[in-house]
Design a protein around this ligand. Structure first.
Ligand code: PGA
Ligand code: MG
Length: 260
């Protein structure tokens, strides 16, 4: 049985509650050259970026005389890109953004955000420890995010996290972005791993859909920005805290996915 109580496994034909009779993946790996990889989404999964995105939105709203928005209103949209966040905030303030205004406000937003990218943003509680557990069990780590690659690297550099990742791939790294499988498969390849040894960890249906399309198992973090019903259904497991993320869980999900 699983030691941890916070992991909810989304039901699949074969149960994970008993250990497989075949050798475990870590045993198999000892005799092969394959390397497992845990691919993380960034906003809402690795890093709580909402406070700095919120400040950047308010920087724009205040300039045009609109009242500042609240963090609670921003959080559900924080993983959907600057344009969507801006449109939502302006509409909520009773002033939907016109096409003419949109480009200027996006540039203002991005300039402010870049200058303040990690003023208040911080890794989610326990994620650094979880990454270290995975690394010491032989996992490579990678990032697959719909933030641009440049801003993703800037954020992770500023937080001192970049060195841990074998690949950091943003919305503009490949021809298509999540939920297109090209983004996730390209990230796995750049990390030097194979699809069969990969797992995706994310906070929205964009992440779980990308995982399904790439035929990779996924874990949904329930504390992220938009863990909707679709994401809960399509994920292979749901965790409420990073204390529950370790190589044992990832190994079993990869193992089960390979058998299904
Ligand atoms: O910035 C975004 O659009 C979303 O970023 P994410 O994919 O890391 O959640
Ligand atoms: Mg996200």
């Amino acid at each position: 049985m699983f030691r941890k109580t916070g992991v909810r496994l989304v039901s699949r034909p074969q149960s994970l509650t008993s250990r497989p009779a075949v050798p475990t993946r870590s045993h198999q790996r000892e005799n092969s050259r394959s390397v497992p990889v845990a691919v993380f989404d960034l906003d809402g999964t690795l890093v709580d970026t909402a406070p700095d995105l919120w400040a950047s939105l308010n920087h724009c709203l205040v300039e045009v005389g609109l009242p500042p928005t609240t963090l609670e209103l921003v959080r559900p949209h924080a993983g959907h890109g600057a344009k969507v966040m801006l449109q939502h905030a302006y509409t909520h303030a009773g002033h939907p953004l016109s096409e003419q205004e949109a480009d200027g406000q996006l540039a203002r937003f991005l300039a402010y955000y870049e200058a303040h990218i990690a003023d208040a943003s911080a890794p989610f509680p326990g994620v650094v420890e979880a990454m270290e557990r995975l690394r010491s069990a032989g996992y490579r780590l990678a990032v697959c995010t719909n933030k641009t690659e440049r801003l993703s690297r800037l954020l992770l550099d500023t937080l001192g996290l970049s060195d841990r990742f074998a690949a950091i791939c943003g919305a503009d790294t490949f021809a298509r972005r999540k939920p297109d499988p090209v983004h996730l498969l390209g990230t796995i390849e750049r990390a030097g791993a194979a699809r069969e040894e990969a797992i995706m960890i994310g906070d929205t249906a964009t992440d779980t859909d990308a995982a399904v399309a790439a035929r990779v198992p996924s874990i949904l973090v329930d504390f992220g920005y938009a863990p909707d019903e679709r994401a809960r259904r399509t994920a292979d497991a749901v965790i409420e805290t990073y204390d529950d993320l370790d190589a044992d869980l990832c190994d079993r999900l990869i193992e089960r996915h390979g058998r299904d």
